[in-house]
Design a protein around this ligand. Structure first.
Ligand SMILES: [Cu+2]
Length: 144
């Protein structure tokens, strides 16, 4: 059965920039799967952001927030098991941005799944201050 964009929800989406005006941003959300089958996301892109990819985001040995590559690029979203993009775990890296993030913005993700489906998902992100963002360990809007 083909995966549809309605099957995946991004809950409490927020994003931040370490250096305002920089051309990269970290985006977070709790991603749920309302369908019956697990979805393996193998590709992320966007018509408006030149580069979008999942990466780990955690403190290194020097207590500095650092990005760690996810070489496979695979993110699994299983029914009943939300996938968390949050500081200390995964984030969606937005790169080569043309401008500073507005207070709120819509982002279209083109998501490709391992089962061969590709669909667009529009997500509305709120921009939060970096120092506030990194203290958050859960999505800004609790669910479940
Ligand atoms: Cu990043």
């Amino acid at each position: 059965m083909a995966t549809t964009s309605d099957q995946i929800q991004f809950i409490g989406p927020y994003a931040g920039q370490k250096n305002p005006g920089a051309n990269s941003s970290a985006a977070f959300a709790l991603v749920t799967n309302g369908g019956d089958e697990a979805i393996n996301i193998i590709g992320w892109s966007s018509p408006t952001v030149p580069m979008v990819m999942p990466m780990y985001f955690g403190l290194d040995q020097n207590e500095v927030w650092s990005m760690i590559d996810v070489p496979s690029r695979i993110v699994n979203v299983s029914p009943g098991v939300p996938t968390l993009f949050a500081p200390g775990y995964l984030h969606i890296m937005l790169m080569n941005l043309q401008s500073e993030l507005p207070e709120s913005f819509d982002l279209v993700f083109t998501i490709k799944t391992e089962s061969g489906t590709t669909f667009d998902k529009t997500v509305t992100f709120e921009t939060v201050e970096w120092n506030h963002l990194i203290r958050q360990s859960v999505p800004s809007k609790p669910v479940l």
